[in-house]
Design a protein around this ligand. Structure first.
Ligand code: NDP
Length: 479
């Protein structure tokens, strides 16, 4: 399959005619090529986008809403095709792509198609001064959206949908390792009659294509999801140009388990929050802290459940854990197991590469639990982003709170307890953007989504995203 750039409603080769191989993680084989786009491709997209903005920014909210909802419906109609492409590119179980990734991408378009019709701005009467202020919320212009490989279409559309709904034109780049569903999205946008030039999808490497988007002087806002280091690099380029920035970055999320929780629910959910999508979700609870009184029981029950997870080919319906996204990433994750061992960690289960019959060159790994002696090692401080979790006991609320917060990241936390007072205390003190209490990854698209500390700046979701993608202008009228 040869993937092309989507510019001005057409599929085009990169101007340089430079291509990159696309590899299938389930068998390690190259099965296609994608453009390695340059500044010239980004410039071409920008010129078309700038032209399209004149019309799109003035299109009625009802019309924008209608088009976004049409895209959502077409994604649903094409569910199987998109899910197969996502699973092949990323290595995730096909069942997961069908149940979560593609339906959520469709929901993103539907949600923001509806949300824009409900979005409003403020008005302030300056009492005693015979004046009224109102806020205009205008689209920014041409904006850049850059997304990672773990939830490819899901996170791509989580940015594109609000940006378009708010009246912007978008130049978007998916991760080079998972380009296919973004490519297919172009077809759907044409079918939904999204005007030409409103959305450009440019493929290529992060440090060439991605960077060209960030460096473009007329692209006024960048919404980025990816690694913390990349986010810092992007901020360095964008900040002196005074671009608006939304950065959703890495996480090292605590999963805090108290003995008074609903045990079975906690156990099942903890298996999910540890290993869904091969542990490659920024929200996975990778540091598990368990109250000492139930630690031994939890440890043996958790190991038993995790050993039942089946590592296998993504299209096998019995597979729980598919392939890791790429060879370098598999090597990185395996290396963290060695780092943990050298730090005194004890591998309780997993830790190894897996060979699947018929797919021996695929990138598979066992779900891995490591018991750690403390929270200070690299295994508990650095983002692994794979099927690896650590566990350790704690004695008091104060101690666990300190460990939970003692990390550079601050994305999400999960708390398992039925003690309301403790819940309320801890919710106040946990340093993160999202707290889940007695659940995990239960999402309401209206809520603010994002992290603190090295997990990023800004929030996505609901009206937060529509605020990000609009420029507020206060108008003061004296009467
Ligand atoms: P990367 O930071 O490597 O890449 C993210 C995106 O940025 C990719 O499209 C990448 O392109 C691109 N990119 C890379 N370098 C540059 C650059 N210099 N300028 C512009 N764009 C660039 O992250 P991964 O794809 O490896 O994704 C995993 C990371 O994403 C993890 O750290 C994870 O925690 C984080 N993440 C955060 C989420 C959140 O909401 N907070 C949600 C999901 C993931 P290419 O792939 O071609 O290199």
């Amino acid at each position: 399959m040869k993937i092309k750039n989507f510019i001005n409603g057409k599929f085009e080769n990169p101007i340089s005619n430079d291509w990159i191989d696309n590899c299938c993680p389930a068998n390690g084989e190259v099965y296609g090529q994608i453009p390695n786009s340059s500044k010239a491709d980004v410039e071409k997209a920008y010129q078309n986008a700038q032209y399209a903005f004149e019309v799109w920014s003035k299109t009625t909210l009802e019309e924008r809403s209608r088009i976004l909802i049409k895209i959502s419906e077409l994604l649903e109609t094409n569910l199987d095709r998109f899910a197969e492409a996502e699973s092949k590119d990323n290595g995730k179980p096909l069942s997961l792509a069908k149940a979560i990734d593609i339906p959520r991408a469709a929901s993103n378009f539907r949600f923001f198609g509806n949300a824009i019709t409900q979005f409003s701005s403020e008005s302030h009467e300056s009492v005693g001064q015979n004046a009224i202020n109102y806020t205009l919320r205008q689209p920014i212009g041409v904006v850049g959206c850059i997304s990672p490989w773990n939830l490819p279409l899901y996170l791509f559309t989580w940015k594109i949908a609000p940006a378009l709904a708010a009246g912007n034109c978008v130049i978007a780049k998916p991760s080079e390792v998972t380009p296919t569903t973004a490519y297919l999205l172009g077809e759907i946008c044409n079918e939904a009659r999204l005007p030409k030039g409103v959305l450009s999808i440019i493929h290529g490497l992060g440090n060439t294509t991605g960077q060209a988007i960030v460096e473009h002087p007329e692209i006024k806002a960048i919404s980025f999801t990816g690694g913390t280091q990349t986010g810092a690099h992007i901020a360095k380029i964008a900040a002196p140009m005074f671009k608006k920035l939304s950065l959703e970055l890495g996480g090292k999320n605590p999963n805090i388990i108290f003995s008074d929780c609903d045990y079975e629910d906690m156990l099942d959910t903890t298996v999910r929050s540890s290993f869904s999508n091969q542990g490659q979700i920024c929200l996975c609870g990778s540091r598990i802290f368990v109250e000492a009184s139930i630690y031994d029981k939890f440890k043996s029950d958790f190991i038993k459940k995790v050993k039942q997870l089946r590592v296998g080919h993504p299209s096998d319906s019995k597979t729980d854990i598919g392939a890791i996204v790429s060879k370098p990433h598999l090597e990185k994750v395996l290396n963290y197991v060695d780092i943990a061992k050298a730090e005194g960690g004890k591998v309780l289960c997993g830790g190894n590469k897996v060979s699947i019959d018929g797919y021996e060159n695929g990138y598979y790994m066992e779900p891995t639990i490591i018991e750690v002696p403390n929270n200070g090692g690299r295994i508990n401080q650095e983002e692994v982003f794979g099927p690896v979790v650590t566990i350790m006991p704690f004695k008091t609320e104060k101690e666990v709170l300190e460990m939970a917060n003692n990390v550079k990241y601050g994305l999400s936390s999960t708390l398992w307890t039925n003690d309301l007072k403790r819940t309320m205390r801890m919710n106040q003190k946990l340093q993160c953007g999202i707290v889940w209490v007695n659940t995990w990854m239960l999402r309401d698209l209206r809520t603010p989504f994002g992290g603190t500390k090295a997990s990023g700046i800004g929030r996505e979701g609901g009206f937060e995203a529509l605020r990000f993608f609009t420029e507020p202008k206060n108008v003061c009228i004296k009467y």
